[in-house]
Every structure is written in C-alpha cells, then in structure tokens.
Ligand binder design. Structure first.
Ligand code: COA
Length: 321
C-alpha cells in the first residue's frame, strides 16, 4: 500500500546565541537553575531572521538533500504559531521564496505539536492519492511572543526551523495518532491581538505567552507515554523494535520521565535542547535533521516522532526510515 516516506531533511537556526548567563542579566535566574530543571544551556534568538526566512532555508536544504526540484512540490504545510503575518500565511511566503510555483500551501496551528500534526496531515493527502510530494515545515520565532520579564517562561524557548520532504512510497509512515483537549487550553496560552475596533473605543493589545509549568509538565509525562503505547499497539509494533523516540524538545526532565514510564532505554531518546531550548514547531524536524546528517538513521529503522503542547494537543507518528 502507498504510504509517505521522508526523503529529505533540513534545518535552520538564527545566528545569535543567548546563553543562560545572558538571560541572567535580564531576569532573576542562573545557569545552574535552568540547566538542572530543563537541560537547556543556550538558545538562538532571531534578530534579522523572519519565520518564513528560517522555514525557507530549512525547506531548501531538505529539497536539495532529496534531489527534488521546488516545482515538483504539490503541497507546503507550515506548522507555526508565530507567523510573520496573519495573512498571507507562512506557507505562501515560503512558496515564493523557494519557487515552489505548483504547490498549494497553508499553515497548521498546534504549537509544539504542530510538526507532527502537519506530517500526519501530509500523510493523509498522500495516502488518499491527492498529492505525491509535500514539504512539511516547523518554524517558530517564539522570542517575539515571550514576556521577557517572566523568568518562568522566557528561559525555556528559542527560535528555529526544520523541514522534511515527503513523497509517496511503498514504505515510510506506518501509523499516526493525534489528540486534543481544549478543556485544558488555559495552562499554556498566547493571546492574539485583542479586539480594538471603533465601537469599543480602545486600542488593540498584544498577547504574550503564559504557562502553568507544573500542569504542562504533568500533562506531558502522562500523555506522551500513553499515545506512544496506543500508536505501537495499533500498529502491532513492540517498544523494543523502536530505534529512536524523537520527542519534542521542551525539557530534558520530561524526556527522562517519558523514557522511564515507557521502560525504554534513555539512549533511544536523542536530545538537543541544550543548544536550542524549546523551538516549538521547529524542534522535532531540527532534531531529525541533526540525526539524519550524523548518519544515525538507517533504512528500515523504526522511529517514533512525538509532539505535545498548547491546545492541549499531542500526537505521534510511527515511521520506517
Ligand atoms: N530561574 C530561577 N528560578 C525560577 C525560574 C528561573 N528561570 N523560574 C521559576 N523559578 C522559581 C519559581 O519562582 C519558584 O520560586 P518560589 O518557590 O520562590 O515560588 C521556584 O523556582 C520553583 O518553581 P516551579 O514552577 O515549582 O519550578 P519547577 O520545578 O516546576 O520547574 C519548569 C519549572 C517550568 C522548569 C517546569 O515546571 C517545567 O519544565 N514545566 C514544563 C514546561 C514546558 O516544557 N512547557 C512547554 C511545553 S511544550
């Protein structure tokens, strides 16, 4: 049966590095606190780079690696919650920047789960026979949504993008799984511009990120193992068959806890948040590209991708490389 194969990966992070010590100069925090609670040592912060610029660089690399011309892309899905514009959508900006003239494109909003939801959506189009080749990109500039006076959130996030090219093939995605729980939406939010129309007689206000860290932590360590187990059971695959669990890079303690709950060896959970922090939609493809370029993935390897975040949303994809 036709499925969806990842045939190329790419990534881009902004030039500017901000270390934990740099943040200790703007809020009451320190390197030891941030490292021990999160595993984060530094992050990239966009200055000149826009969301679509980062996304387009990652997309170009992925296409190059796959040896696919931009004109051959049918669909561009951008997972983001920090686009450059309300409209046009980021996917249209990327289309223009890379010359993917034949592609339809739109954005998917599911915060840190966005990349997995977008990949699963591309898979649905490919499996239905509607499209053959898709670019799935995760790109976020959360630095513009952060309250830089709130030490509880501003130390956790960074900017970055990752991309994959997927194509119809006889092996690749084995199974997909997605969940949402809007009743818990309040634990991780970022308001959009508020209504400030003439009838209200006030100016619109900007939204900033708010988070109940402990609730998000509890959610992640419960729901991620659960969804991975569901996904593997439904696809008659054992935990032992999985070469790597490529999890959203929010926090190393979440990853350790998920590994423990799954009774899976921590060496199967690659991590790079030490250098990038939580890049939201960018994190999974950024890590996947790093693994791919290091030669960590061999044909036939089974890997699980899993994202979790605001919504609340969580999702997972079982892939044969
Ligand atoms: N530096 C120093 N101290 C900080 C701090 C910082 N950057 N941020 C918070 N603190 C303080 C708190 O104010 C609190 O002080 P208090 O006891 O005097 O009130 C203390 O540290 C403990 O805060 P708490 O929130 O209980 O810490 P925690 O152990 O739960 O760790 C997180 C906080 C955010 C690291 C943790 O909850 C977490 O990782 N949550 C998940 C967040 C996440 O990954 N979100 C994105 C998901 S997609």
């Amino acid at each position: 049966m036709m499925t969806t194969r990842i045939v190329g990966t790419g990534a881009y992070v902004p030039e500017q590095i901000a270390t934990n010590d740099d943040l200790a100069r703007i809020v009451e925090t320190n390197d030891e606190w941030i490292r021990s609670r999160t595993g984060i040592g530094e992050r990239r912060i966009a200055t000149t780079e826009t969301n679509s610029y980062m996304a387009a660089q990652a997309a170009k690399q992925a296409l190059d690696q796959a040896g696919i011309a931009p004109e051959d892309v049918d669909l561009i899905l951008l997972a983001t919650s920090s686009p450059d514009y309300c409209f046009p959508n980021g996917a249209c900006e990327i289309q223009e920047q890379i010359g993917a003239v034949n592609a339809a494109g739109y954005d998917i909003s599911a915060a840190c789960t966005g990349f997995v939801f977008a990949l699963n959506t591309a898979h649905a189009f490919i499996q239905a026979g509607i499209y053959r080749t898709a670019l799935v990109i995760g790109s976020d500039v959360l630095s513009k949504l952060l309250d830089w006076t709130d030490r509880g959130t501003c130390v956790l996030f960074g900017d970055g993008a990752g991309a994959v090219v997927v194509q119809a093939a006889d092996r690749g995605v084995i199974g997909v799984k997605m969940h949402s729980d809007g009743t818990k939406g309040g634990v991780l939010t970022c308001g959009a511009r508020t209504n400030g129309n003439f009838l209200l007689g006030k100016k619109p206000e900007l939204g900033y990120m708010t988070m109940d860290g402990q609730e998000v932590f509890k959610f992640a360590v419960k729901k991620v193992p659960e969804i991975i187990k569901e996904l593997l059971e439904e696809n008659r695959t054992s935990l032992e068959e999985i070469r790597y669990f490529v999890l959203h890079q929010a926090n190393y303690r979440i990853i350790e806890s998920v590994a423990k709950r799954l009774k899976a060896d921590i060496s199967k959970f690659p991590a790079n948040m030490e250098h990038y922090g939580n890049t939201s939609g960018g994190s999974i493809p950024l890590l996947l590209d790093e693994m791919n370029r290091k030669g960590m993935l061999a044909p036939g390897d089974k890997i699980v991708l899993s994202g979790f975040g605001a919504g609340l949303t969580w999702g997972a994809t079982l892939v044969e490389w």
